[in-house]
Design a binder for this molecule. Structure first.
Ligand code: LLP
Length: 425
């Protein structure tokens, strides 16, 4: 059940009418539903119940401290891609012992920080990274637990910018090089290979490519075991998509079904080849946890009818929500207060000085200047990808819990945006 719905003609988040939030906190504002967040996490947690499994939320999707804290309290681990994200986990009360560190370009300083916090595992993506991590861990007198991110070369069938599991992508160690790379890792004194991982892409609606990738990881784990390199966990990455509400869009696979198929496959394999000995399974979902838990609330500044197009100019822009400009992503737009007047077709655009600054195109909307609109399913890769382009402060963020609204990030103040800058002496 969606936590965002029209009641008496007014869009609500849980029991809170969205116009109350606009009046209190202004616009643009990201509005998240606590109940939706907990329900999404629970879909993973309940499918993992009773198993040696860990859900490491991919916090790049939404790294607000309050969101991280709510998830940490449910037992979530975190998939991080920078030292900054690790500091957020710590600030939010998350457990570094449940953190995995992904990404192709980890710096020495980031490795040191992660080793100081004794994170669960580094997901390593290249041989030079193995050597660097070995050296950093050695200098600290420590051993780093590592997993290799293997590129299984499967087609995730998603937008090219968010497909990551093909040979042409910068990510991971090529499948054919994986055994040799594990041997190299095992030979380094300050590394302990403990796992294997992959991440083939994002916004996947079908789990078939993920299960194909799983089979390839299983093949490698077996081959490594033959050589005496025994892995203790298998990390499926993230990637499960959500419904953005576009006409004709396929439904995403339900989380419970996908996890059920992963566990069934793993159980059959472990029973056949390892006398039933379990292996820990890690998931790194981002969008599936937060995507449908948030909307971007924005106000119509002007309506600008034109010969070819009508523009609905709102106070949110590409700097607040980059997905349409960057991926031509389709995002649903709903008026907060429904009107009985006839709708017209509008491109919903922001105030930024770029033709690429659009949020939605050719939408039938019954709107007037001053109305509020909600850009739906904006909880993932919304604020985290926002920028200060045009010296626009980032939006505020609130979490709704029933009829309570908690401000969890203040709107940025323009003076703060240039506070780190200085004039020539
Ligand atoms: N694990 C790794 C190693 C990743 O690179 C990602 C996302 C995830 C997990 C989480 O994937 P998810 O479950 O959210 O699909 N900005 C794009 C999506 C980029 C995804 C990058 N990696 C968008 O707005 O569609």
């Amino acid at each position: 059940m969606s936590q965002f719905f029209h009641l008496d003609g007014v869009l609500h988040a849980e029991a809170t009418p969205l116009h109350h939030i606009a009046e209190q906190f202004g616009t643009p504002t990201y509005v998240y539903s606590k109940a939706a967040l907990l329900a999404n996490f629970d879909a993973f947690a309940s499918a993992c119940a009773g198993r040696d499994a860990l859900v490491c939320y991919a916090m790049k999707a939404n790294s607000n401290l309050a969101i991280l804290n709510l998830l940490a309290r449910q037992g979530a681990g975190f998939d991080i891609v920078s030292g900054g994200e690790l500091l957020r986990v710590v600030a939010a009360g998350g457990d570094p012992g449940k953190v995995i560190f992904s990404g192709v370009g980890k710096s020495e300083a980031e490795m040191r920080l992660a080793l100081e916090h004794d994170i669960l595992c580094f997901n390593v993506e290249s041989i030079p990274e193995l050597h660097r991590l070995n050296a950093v861990a050695g200098a600290m007198g420590l051993t780093a637990r590592v997993s290799l991110r293997v590129n299984p070369n499967v087609d995730a069938k998603t937008h090219p910018y968010i497909a990551t599991g093909l040979k042409a992508n910068k990510f991971g160690v090529a499948f054919d090089d994986a055994l040799a790379t594990y041997r190299a890792a095992a030979a380094l004194p300050h590394l302990e290979p403990v796992g294997i991982d992959c991440h083939i892409g994002s916004q996947l609606l079908d789990d078939a490519p993920l299960l194909e990738a799983l089979d390839k990881l299983i093949e490698l784990i077996d081959a490594l075991a033959q050589e005496g390199i025994v892995l203790h966990h298998l990390d499926m990455g993230g990637g499960i998509g959500i419904n953005y509400g576009e006409a004709g869009e396929d439904e995403p696979v339900p989380v419970g079904d996908y996890l059920g198929r992963v566990f069934a496959r793993i159980d059959a394999w472990r029973a056949a080849s390892y006398g039933g000995a379990p292996i820990k399974v890690i998931f790194e979902p981002g969008r599936a946890i937060v995507g449908d838990t948030g909307v971007l609330l924005t106000r119509v500044e002007y309506l600008k009818p034109g010969a070819e197009k009508n523009f609905c100019i709102v106070d949110a822009a590409m700097n607040d929500l980059m997905r349409p400009a960057l991926y031509q992503a389709w995002m649903d737009v709903r008026p907060v207060a429904l009107r009985d007047t006839a709708p017209a077709l509008y491109d919903v655009v922001g105030p930024v000085c770029e033709s690429g600054d659009w949020l939605a195109r050719e939408r039938a909307l019954a709107v007037e200047q001053g109305d509020l609109l909600a850009i739906m399913q904006a909880g993932a890769y919304g604020l985290t990808m926002s920028s200060n382009y045009n010296t626009r402060g980032r939006a505020a963020e609130v979490i709704v819990d029933g009829d309570h609204v908690h401000l969890v990030r203040e709107r940025e103040n323009p003076a703060d945006l240039f506070a780190l800058e200085s004039l020539l002496k």
